[in-house]
Write a protein that binds this ligand. Structure first.
Ligand SMILES: N[C@@H](CCC(=O)N[C@@H](CS)C(=O)NCC(=O)O)C(=O)O
Length: 121
């Protein structure tokens, strides 16, 4: 049965069972940043149809934090995980570095939208 249950000891990242950018970048951040996480992979089709209405915006990825908070939007999640990484992969308080990283992230997002075929619609 589909649910958004949390793992009380680590964040749960739910995304489709393939390596498209929105979810895969979160998995990579956890691996590179040494953040233990529950890798919850959903198959397109009936499994996704069952879970979709339970998600805040009907899309993946989502992260369920240890305190049960459900978070959407891959960029927000990526920055959060980047700050939690050891050492941090996103600057904690250097606004000039944040600006540079955010700019590169925006360019990568533009490229992804231009090149990637829509995965699930
Ligand atoms: N702005 C969102 C976009 C999320 C999004 O569009 N996810 C797609 C997969 S990459 C999705 O869930 N598609 C399935 C659907 O709309 O039913 C983010 O970055 O997290």
């Amino acid at each position: 049965m589909a649910s958004l249950a949390s793992n009380k000891t680590k964040p749960t990242i739910t995304y489709f069972d393939f390596s498209a950018a929105p979810g895969e970048k979160l998995r990579l951040c956890c691996v590179i940043g040494d953040i233990p996480f529950e890798d919850n992979r959903v198959k397109p089709g009936p499994q996704w149809s069952e879970l979709k209405p339970l998600t805040p915006h009907g899309t993946l990825p989502i992260m369920v934090k240890e305190d049960d908070t459900v978070v959407t939007q891959s960029e927000a999640i990526l920055k959060y995980l980047g700050r939690r990484a050891t050492p941090p992969l996103y600057p904690l308080d250097d606004i000039e570095k944040q600006l540079k990283i955010d700019t590169v992230m925006g360019i990568l997002d533009d490229l992804d939208k231009a090149w990637a075929p829509p995965a699930i619609h």
